[in-house]
Design a protein around this ligand. Sequence first.
Ligand code: ZN
Length: 156
Amino acid sequence: MKTTLKRFVLTAIFAALSVAVSPTGYAAAEKSRVIEVTGSDAMKFNVSEITAKPGEALGVKLTNIGSLPKAAMSHNWVLLKPMTDAEIAKFATAAMSKAPEYLPEDKSGILAHTKMLGAKETDTIEFKAPTEPGEYPFVCTFPGHYALMKGKLIVK
Ligand code: ZN
């Protein structure tokens, strides 16, 4: 009886401690904030702007909500280092011939990317937002899509 009570008290203390610690605890801080992104047959992302804190743990869950065949209409989500529109165009052009993932030979400009997804497919990635405040473009690299399927991650 005595032992049971002692164990109960200890369990209660541990429970109270873990509740008190969890909001700022390591596990809670490491949990990614997942942003749900969709790509459609109209070559549109539902999200054109994402704001994040420097170094924030992020997730992107990309879903291709279209119904066209994969070879005609696929989407990915590729986060790039800060670059001009001309540099993005050059990057996307280099990716055009690289079926089926459509990522260029030189991947040095890529910070994070999902798989290339056909209709109704989903891919979730986790990554850390850059620690340097700024604007980081994201695009779909399926041939011809980058001009319409684009947005920016704003780190501030
Ligand atoms: Zn696309």
